[in-house]
Design a protein around this ligand. Sequence first.
Ligand SMILES: [Zn+2]
Length: 65
Amino acid sequence: MWFVSVTCPSCFEVFDVASPSLEELPCDMDYDCEICCRPLRIYIEESDGEAIGTAYGPGDSGPWG
Ligand SMILES: [Zn+2]
């Protein structure tokens, strides 16, 4: 099980989320912030053998546009 740290786009708190295995990356998933509970989206990609997560608001354009 991988965990990635992401920064909430609403409250700017950092929290960890479970990531799919590296073979399934990149992926994009819906999530609720663990601190403020607002919905957000998390894009997870593989970089140098590690999972890197980026959180953004559901109304924002993500890394995939
Ligand atoms: Zn939040």
